[in-house]
Design a protein around this ligand. Sequence first.
Ligand code: THU
Length: 144
Amino acid sequence: MNEKFLVAEAIEARKNAYTPYSHFQVGAALLTADGTVFRGCNIENAAYTPTNCAERTAFFKAVSEGVRDFSAIAIVGGPEDAKSLEVCAPCGVCRQVMREFTDYEKFIVLLGKAQDVNNSETITWERYTLKELLPFGFGPDNLA
Ligand code: THU
């Protein structure tokens, strides 16, 4: 896996974020087992609660296309006018969606940073397993 490329894909995905209310823009790039990347952005709503996070947009795009085998996701986020990006951790709901469709001990979550959002050479990232981010989640096995 080219981790820097995946973070760069998340930065590209973030450009489509629809955020007229929070002005906080998130991008995600979800890598499948066969190397396909599904991009996602956050999509807000005037009624607030229908808002969809970037990570879930990426997962739901993939699952709705029949893809369920994932290896990693890169996430970036920051205010819409940000020149640099700091780590943006996924919300609990998105972690739970990841738990549903991945092996949580193996699935990798990359939290991207960029000193200059327009220069991919400045990209860095932190790497976690989903188990580190959601150690005691509720998964399909709990219902088996
Ligand atoms: N957001 C995401 O897209 N992903 C997260 O994991 C955290 C929050 C979005 C939702 C909302 O549009 C904005 O960030 C502020 O919460």
